[in-house]
Design a protein around this ligand. Structure first.
Ligand code: CA
Length: 318
């Protein structure tokens, strides 16, 4: 006599570059710099995918340089504003103050076209939600999701305070559950803090890169990661051996989790490239939040944050 065991298919997507995605599944492969990884230093994506692979119901706003919404690995998972998609060209069909905002918003020229002219926003987007199991390229943490492109960083990767506030307000207003913020700089701003507070009131989680200055954010705050707003989740970067990345900011009380952020392969405007930064760690966490929100839609933004922090695995490197 033995138990009648239940077997499940181990869902592995067929995306050809998956073996290079150590952040999703680290089996001891080498990264781009030939550093040999430590098995299991990853976000546990393959284990999660047996339970949940994402959903069309969760909107993730990538507040960045835009998104290459024509990229075949990203296009199927773009958020679309149905009223503008089915509306009249040149008309603000949904009356939200932006004309023809089909895939998101561009605060650099106040238009409805968030096309990426840099690459950074597309790289972050790929980690969150490059289409999975489609036989091409990479897979994001979510095989299926809705990526809203919210551009306020220009082709040089820089943007203004005014643009950041407009971007955050657009994403909050248009229903994004997760706001992924791989940017920082400048000083403390009361008006930016208030925009993040509005996103908190709207029920969004504000995931923010801890920064790349090897700085202790407890001693020297880095913004927006260090704003004391309940929905801010600050992310440090680790490498494929579980060590904090040499460039990564940290902070025992001000930085909440670490995630893969060294030699991360993802989509750019010109193909696939491996990049490093807390910018690359942040979308892993935004992706996890979206996956969790897909599986448990009733979770609030603060419950998502709390679950991610409390179920993160302590590692010696942090
Ligand atoms: Ca509109």
């Amino acid at each position: 006599i033995e138990p009648n065991y239940i077997y499940r298919a181990n869902k592995m997507p067929n995306d050809p570059m998956i073996a290079q995605l150590w952040g999703m599944n680290n089996f001891g492969q080498k990264d781009k710099d030939s550093a040999v990884g430590v098995k299991g230093i990853d976000i546990g994506a393959t284990e999660a995918w047996d339970i949940e692979t994402g959903s069309d119901n969760v909107i993730v706003a990538v507040i960045d340089t835009g998104v290459d919404y024509t990229n075949p690995d990203l296009a199927p998972n773009m958020w679309t504003n149905e009223k503008e998609l089915n509306g009249k060209k040149g008309v603000d069909d949904d009356n939200n103050g932006v004309i023809d905002d089909i895939y998101g918003y561009n605060a650099t020229n106040d238009s409805g076209d968030p096309k990426d002219d840099h690459g950074h926003g597309s790289h972050c987007s790929g980690t969150i939600g490059a289409k999975g199991d489609d036989g091409k390229g990479i897979v994001g943490v979510n095989w299926n999701t809705r990526i809203m492109g919210v551009k306020f960083l220009d082709s040089n990767g820089s943007g203004s305070l005014e643009g950041a506030i407009k971007a955050i307000d657009y994403a909050s207003k248009m229903g994004a559950k997760i706001l992924s913020n791989s940017w920082g700089g400048g000083g403390e701003s009361q008006t930016l803090k208030e925009a993040i507070e509005r996103s908190n009131s709207a029920g969004a989680l504000f995931v923010a890169a801890a920064g790349n200055e090897s700085n202790n954010n407890d001693a020297n705050p880095t913004f927006p990661a260090s704003y004391q707003v309940p929905n801010v989740l600050a992310v440090a970067a680790i490498d494929n051996r579980g060590q904090i990345a040499s460039f990564s900011n940290y902070g025992k009380s001000s930085v909440h989790v670490g995630a893969p952020g060294v030699n991360i392969l993802s989509t750019t405007t010109t193909g696939y490239e491996a990049w490093s930064g807390t910018s690359m760690a942040t979308p892993h966490v935004s992706g996890i939040a979206a996956l969790l929100a897909s599986h448990e839609p009733s979770l609030t933004n603060l419950e998502l944050k709390n679950r991610i922090i409390t179920t993160a695995r302590p590692i010696a490197g942090l």
